[in-house]
Design a protein around this ligand. Structure first.
Ligand code: TEU
Ligand code: CA
Length: 544
């Protein structure tokens, strides 16, 4: 049995964490040099985004060889040393397995392109006329999800970039190959795995046009996904390791199946419904203010129902695909510290395993870029063009990209107030926000009231109070959806968590905090009036 319920997991986007050799790109030795920082923060596991050989069209999510380390990130020896040193400090290492697709530079795909039928069957090739793709499905990065290969007279499926070809999991050889990859890395001493878009691996038997959506309803949580996951886990013996699946456009019932221990699939899942409450009509590239009623409803439904049905969530707001939470659901100008702490409390006190994404713990914000040339992400660059083609002005298009770009979460970790935020002594691959002069690790380590200090407390509380890891959850009604409140209960001890999601002062008397309750943690130093919440105020009460 592993301890993932009482653990806190830290996500490292390797390219932007710490550069050890002045080439402007974060690397494995950079991570090694900051293990002490992570230990001090109280982290139990680190998840490192893909560091395998890759042309880097999608920053490593386009894997060309699962068995070798990308030289820009270091060597196999560096990876082994990192795993060993981390373990020596009590930090487990999780690698990121991208098994829905490979880079088109992968040897398997090259052989497929050369017309080798054995390897063509590793991917999803379909016959069809050069003018018409097999279906009207849209790639997640824009444009058709199919690419025509003239010399084969066939199309291949790519749900992401054109250089990320989807694997054919219905082919048992593919499944065997991927098990070998897991066994190889397991033998290196890893403690767990994150599986990229793993609920997209099972494609439908028949490929048909989608006249309602972009095709996702046909391949998300597909027909054999549970069977294939069970097989992968069973045959690699990773059931007792920490595993998390990234579930794109999934459903609650499927997430219960992915994570209920009786199913022997995964420890936990990332789901994204709560990160679409500011998508207009569900479309990422159309802006709308965050719908707080929807946010509260989603948390309540997912938390309470995953509990009822025996599932387990990963709780998070930030990752390398998302804008920074303090800029998105908080206020990074007027209530930077308050709102960052409040959002952290909300995720760390819910039922599930919390993830901290690098820089979140110091309140890093969205980018301050003013030109499209400053962006690097393939998705942002594609959509900028698509928005222009749709008739948006350059200014409008840039504004949308600014709000939604994945680069918001990919700027270099801000270690110091010095040049390049202390990330590199060379030229960083992507620009460092100007606010690194005051938002940085060094400054916050010397400030007892910092966001960093607050995260350390939250992480430590999870270890001290079993109710946080083990307790049941029930959402409380404060009479307004602008307050998210819930209670946790375990063996007679009870926590009440209250979060004001707005910049307004709000009445919270409806929640009814017992008068003998003591405050475990709050972002307000002199919390006296329990009936009224200041802007973005949060408090966690303990009653015994
Ligand atoms: O992301 C999957 C995914 O669908 C998204 O979060 C995606 O970035 C978003 O929907 C686009 O609007 C995973 C990885 O986390 C991401 O970095 C990769 O680009 C993607 O898979 C492909 O491997
Ligand atoms: Ca480097």
């Amino acid at each position: 049995m592993n301890d993932f319920k009482k653990s806190t997991i830290y996500q490292i986007y390797i390219k932007s964490f710490k550069d050890s050799n002045a080439d402007g790109i974060g690397d494995l030795n950079g991570i090694r040099s900051e293990l002490g920082y992570l230990k001090d923060l109280g982290i139990d596991y680190i998840w490192i985004t893909p560091c395998f050989r890759s042309p880097m069209n999608d920053n490593g999510y386009d894997v060309a060889d699962y068995y070798s380390i990308n030289p820009i990130f270091g060597t196999m020896e560096d990876a082994e040393s990192l795993i060993r040193e981390a373990r020596g400090m009590g930090i487990g290492v999780m690698f990121d397995m991208v098994f829905n697709h490979t880079s088109t530079e992968h040897e398997w795909f090259r052989k497929a392109l050369a017309g080798d039928p054995e390897y063509m069957d590793y991917y999803i090739f379909k016959d069809g006329p050069a003018e018409t793709p097999p279906t009207n499905w849209v790639s997640k990065f824009g444009g058709s999800a199919w690419e025509y290969v003239p010399h084969l007279g066939k199309w291949y499926l790519h749900l992401f970039d054109v250089t990320q070809a989807d694997l054919n999991w219905d082919n048992p050889r593919v499944r065997e190959e991927l098990k070998k990859v897991i066994l190889f890395w397991k033998a290196k001493g890893l403690n767990g795995f994150r599986f990229d878009v793993v609920n997209l691996i099972s494609k439908p038997a028949v490929f048909e046009d989608d006249f309602i959506g972009d095709g996702r309803r046909f391949y998300s949580d597909g027909p054999h996904v549970h069977e294939y996951l069970k097989e992968l886990v069973r045959d690699t013996g990773i059931e007792d390791m920490v595993t998390v699946g990234e579930m794109s456009s999934t459903s609650l019932d499927n997430c219960v199946r992915y994570t209920n221990p009786a199913e022997r699939e995964l420890s936990m899942v990332f789901s994204f419904h709560h990160l679409k409450v500011d998508y207009k009509d569900g479309f990422k590239w159309a802006l709308k203010p965050a719908d707080l009623s929807e946010l509260r409803r989603l948390f309540k439904d997912w938390q309470e129902q995953m509990q009822e049905k025996g599932g387990w969530n990963a709780t998070f707001f930030c990752n390398h695909d998302q804008p920074r939470t303090v800029s998105r659901f908080g206020d990074d100008r007027n209530y930077w510290k308050e709102s960052a702490k409040m959002l952290a409390t909300l995720t760390h006190m819910m039922r599930g395993t919390p993830y901290v994404y690098q820089g979140e713990e110091i309140g890093m914000t969205n980018v301050d870029y003013s030109s499209i040339d400053q962006y690097r992400d393939v998705e942002s660059l594609n959509y900028y063009q698509i928005l222009l083609d749709e008739g948006k002005s350059r200014e409008e298009a840039l504004h949308i990209i600014h709000e939604r770009s994945r680069d918001n979460g990919r700027t270099p970790m801000q270690w110091t107030g010095g040049e390049n935020g202390g990330f590199t002594s060379g030229t960083p691959w992507i620009g460092v926000p100007a606010n690194h002069t005051f938002i940085n690790v060094e400054a916050e380590e010397n400030d007892a009231d910092s966001i960093l200090a607050y995260y350390k407390k939250l992480i430590a509380l999870r270890k001290e109070y079993p109710v946080i890891a083990e307790g049941t959850i029930r959402f409380l009604d404060a009479g307004t959806d602008e307050i998210i409140a819930y209670e946790r209960e375990y063996k007679g001890s009870r926590l009440i968590v209250i979060c004001n999601m707005t910049a307004q002062s709000l009445d919270a008397s409806g929640i009814g905090i017992p008068s003998n309750a003591q405050i475990l943690i709050s972002n307000s130093c002199e919390k006296t009036d329990i009936g009224r919440l200041k802007p973005y105020e949060t408090a966690v009460y303990l009653t015994v």
